[in-house]
Design a protein around this ligand. Structure first.
Ligand SMILES: NC(=O)CC[C@H](N)C(=O)O
Length: 305
């Protein structure tokens, strides 16, 4: 397995030259565009890795899966889906357009920024501090890593430059889709995106979703079967934004990307995969990361279709 992973990294390294690291969040520009790493944890708890699997990066939009799970655990599902839809948008992750043109005024799905701002607004807690603590505790629990924390520099950079997200959030408040203090909701959203992880953390979380919410080591049910299923389904239909269709054809694994360069993938009943490659394609997905997953899926026959 280690040979296979090392080979896949070697073969696909060249693709890092064809993309660019995200720059619209200034702090993300500091990433090394040539980094590429992978970690796999299978259902028997075997762990395999290659490349820059230990490099830390911010989770960014991969967090949307986890926050969705929390929102579904904290609220009635019908309430959650009265505020956010279940359909792919076909638009870029930060698009604002359909918030105006859709009759419902609710975001198409929880994997685009507008939808994630809604799920973030549904996290329970009496104060912002309590919500942040609950969120961090949940991330630490599902990644089985107590050292997980927020990257303060990225958080501040996002907060300073996140006016597009701010615009969406105010529009959502105006339309009654989110309630409460918009700046507080945004603060929590920027914090969740700035949580620092590595490939091992993403593989571990991916495995939990792959295993329908049961911790393989302890047997504890951490997330319900239905919520795990819903999250994986959103990963298939919307996880790679407006590249989800092509990704389903070529890779065929539920996956979620982030502009920090991470991709978390969940192969049902088999394994969790964490990939890191901060050089992104035009749609904001790790350019070499997708190639790695494509090769891996072919070689290990991982497509769910
Ligand atoms: N695609 C992403 O990873 C986007 C997340 C980023 N924090 C944003 O809100 O723009």
């Amino acid at each position: 397995m280690e040979n296979l992973l090392n080979n896949i990294i070697k073969l696909n390294k060249k693709y890092t030259n064809f993309g660019q690291v995200a720059s619209y969040i200034p702090e993300l520009k500091n990433a090394n565009s040539e980094d590429l790493g992978i970690c796999i944890i299978d259902k028997d708890n075997n762990i395999h890795y290659a490349g820059d699997y230990k490099k830390k990066f911010t989770i960014q939009s991969v967090s949307k899966t986890i926050i969705l799970a929390m929102a579904l655990m904290d609220n009635d599902w019908s309430y959650v889906f009265s505020k956010v839809g279940m359909e792919p948008s076909g638009d870029p992750f930060n698009s604002i357009m359909k918030l105006e043109t859709d009759d419902t005024k609710k975001p198409c799905n929880p994997m685009i920024n507008a939808g994630a701002i809604v799920t973030t607004s549904l996290i329970k807690g009496t104060t912002l501090k309590e919500k942040e603590e609950r969120m961090l505790a949940f991330f630490r629990k599902i990644a089985k890593n107590d050292d997980i924390k927020i990257n303060q520099a990225v958080y501040e950079s996002e907060k300073l430059t996140g006016d597009r997200n701010r615009a969406m959030a105010y529009l959502l408040k105006n339309d009654g889709v989110i309630n409460g203090d918009v700046e507080e909701i945004l603060d929590l959203y920027f914090k969740q995106c700035s949580i620092e992880v590595d490939c091992v953390d993403l593989a571990r979380i991916g495995l939990l979703f792959a295993n329908y919410g049961i911790d393989i080591e302890t047997g504890e049910r951490v997330i319900s079967e239905n919520v795990s299923r819903m999250v994986k389904t959103f990963m298939v239909t919307c996880g790679m934004y407006d590249a989800s269709g092509e990704f389903a054809i070529k890779v065929g694994i539920p996956a979620k990307s982030g502009v920090g360069g991470g991709i978390m993938a969940s192969v049902p009943r088999k394994m969790g995969i964490g990939v890191y490659g901060p050089s992104l394609d035009k749609k904001g997905n790790s350019i070499a990361g997708i190639k790695i997953l494509e090769d891996l899926s072919k070689q290990l026959e991982l497509s769910i279709f």
